[in-house]
Design a protein around this ligand. Structure first.
Ligand code: NAD
Length: 505
């Protein structure tokens, strides 16, 4: 593989990145000085002017070629994602499949969604009103390390097809994945200056990005999201904030146990639980709780931890020492407060420095940290509930509202529970992939899980500003002789009543 870092501007300093599987140095990344962020933004803006003038169909064609390049070079992408994140290969593949899905979707819908739309005018025939969309210009992308392809390239796709340039600050830990995805996009025909990648300390380079762009898409923790939102607010630019979660799964007494257990395992331990949509709380109906717990414990015992660049392991490593320390603290604190470890609960340094066993906790008391704080690791707590109402109340008793999962053989029961949950996505008889993969539907959180909506037409239009062009014909709207004063009032009143009678919007 060519030296991916050659595309980066260099301040002269470097950031050391280590491989989670071994703790050994993977790369010394050139970092970007703040003035170079300004240079990158200026270069991107020049490229954006030409790009915005191209036909949407041509931009969509780049996405379709990018789709093919991603699928043709899957193994290369998987190697880089695994080297940077330490996740299992199957979890890395979810990201590759996701990018192909997202490229295809936006390539297919962009032309129609971005085309001018007729709107009802003030008066039929007299006012012709059209809504048109313009790209915002330069979109800032600040992305985390946990899903580097999905949360980097995945958000660049709608921004680019809408006619924008992108100024992207990935987490330093996972910059190589971004650079490889960008290389594939360039091979597919994307002008290189259109997607600028800048690297460095989040607290320095992140704000420098926010200061340069016309809109920011931030994915990361809630505390950092608040800082980004505040800074964007001062500049009066839009901020899509995709933040943390403490996601609940509800297992009803009529759920298919085998499926629910398999869903719990995938939901809680994909990417070693370092997934914003990850299930960290399971509320299981009392009559089936014993069976669910014993099956879950057995399934978790079967999981293979491993550090291989192949499909032999089910779960990989945590991303680094900070994540390992947090997971340990949460488990030790829960146990000290009276929780029971049903399975797992230990670090596994003999496999790699940051491995931690998939862990299921029972009897976690409300004052334990992992009861309400996001762990962002392979730890899930099981709680017994009397009925659906108690499950819904407990699931909603959280500062977060990102994702939820409901298991029942009755679709109407599950849908009724779903509508009562305060979470941006609810998966029925699935943990997270059904809602995430339905890329035609918006995706994002409520409460402290953020304000943004990615995916769907909403995710495309968020990178644009709307302009309403209304043309008045034949007769002006305001007073005009002989319709003046009271006559004008009467005429308008009659017209408004007529519009209502005609069922006009
Ligand atoms: P983080 O907030 O520490 O970092 C995210 C990004 O922000 C990184 O690129 C970082 O360098 C940058 N950054 C740090 N300080 C900054 C600042 N002051 N201004 C601007 N940028 C700054 O988050 P993380 O630990 O990398 O990611 C894990 C968190 O992300 C978890 O809470 C997880 O739930 C959340 N997450 C949310 C989603 C979602 O879609 N809602 C997806 C993935 C992860």
């Amino acid at each position: 593989m060519a030296d991916l870092t050659a595309a980066l501007r260099s301040s002269g300093d470097t950031a050391e990145v280590r491989m989670p599987f071994t703790g050994q140095v993977l790369v010394h990344l050139p970092t970007t000085a703040v003035e170079q962020v300004t240079e990158a933004a200026a270069e991107a803006r020049i490229a954006q002017r030409a790009w915005a003038a191209t036909d949407v169909a041509d931009r969509a064609a780049v996405l379709l070629r990018w789709h093919d390049a991603v699928l043709d070079r899957t193994d290369e992408l998987l190697d880089v994602i695994q080297a940077e994140t330490g996740k299992a290969r199957a979890h890395a593949f979810e990201e590759v499949a996701d990018i192909a899905n997202t490229c295809r979707y936006y390539a297919r819908v962009a032309a129609k969604a971005l085309s001018p739309q007729r709107r009802s005018g003030v008066f039929p025939l007299l006012t012709r009103t059209v809504q048109q969309q313009h790209p915002v210009g330069l979109v800032g992308l600040i992305s985390p390390w946990n899903y580097p392809l999905t949360l980097g390239a995945g958000d660049a796709i709608p921004a680019l097809v809408a006619g924008n340039a992108v100024l992207h600050k990935p987490d330093s830990q996972t910059t190589l994945t971004t650079l490889l995805a960008r290389d594939l996009a360039i091979e597919a025909g994307l002008p290189p200056a259109l997607w600028q990648v800048v690297v460095g300390d989040g607290g320095v380079v992140g704000p420098a990005v926010v200061d340069q762009v016309d809109q920011v898409i931030f994915t990361g923790s809630t505390p950092t999201g608040r800082l980004v939102g505040e800074r964007a607010g001062r500049r009066l630019i839009g901020a899509e904030l995709e933040l943390g979660g403490k996601n609940a799964m509800i297992v009803c007494d009529d759920a298919r146990m085998r499926a629910a257990v398999a869903g719990a395992v995938r939901g809680a331990f994909s990417s070693a639980g370092q997934l914003c949509l990850s299930i960290e709380r399971i509320y299981v109906a009392e009559p089936v709780a014993d069976e669910f717990c014993s099956r879950l414990v057995a399934a978790v015992h079967e999981l293979r931890l491993g550090a291989g660049f192949d499909y032999r392991s089910d779960i990989g490593s945590l991303a680094g020492p900070a994540q390992l320390a947090k997971v340990r603290e949460h488990v030790e604190d829960a146990v000290a407060q009276g929780a029971t470890v049903l399975v797992g609960g230990r670090a596994r340094p003999e496999i790699g420095p940051y491995f931690f066993e998939p862990t299921v906790l029972g009897a976690v008391p409300p004052h334990a940290r992992c009861f309400s704080e996001e762990t962002f690791g392979p730890v899930v707590s099981v709680y017994r509930v009397a009925d659906d109402d108690e499950a819904v109340t407990a699931a909603n008793d959280s500062a977060y509202g990102l994702n939820a999962s409901v298991w029942s053989t009755s679709r109407s029961r599950a849908r009724s529970i779903a509508s009562r949950l305060k979470a941006g996505t609810v998966n029925i008889n699935e943990a997270y992939a059904a809602a995430w993969g339905s890329v035609d539907a918006p995706m994002g959180g409520v409460k402290e899980s953020g304000t943004g909506r990615r995916h769907g037409v909403a995710g495309l239009l968020s990178g644009t500003w709307s302009q309403t062009v209304a043309t008045q014909r034949l007769w002006p709207i305001g007073e005009r002789s002989p319709l003046r004063g009271r006559r004008f009032q009467r005429g308008m009143t009659t017209a408004l009543r007529a519009l209502k009678a005609l069922h006009r919007a």
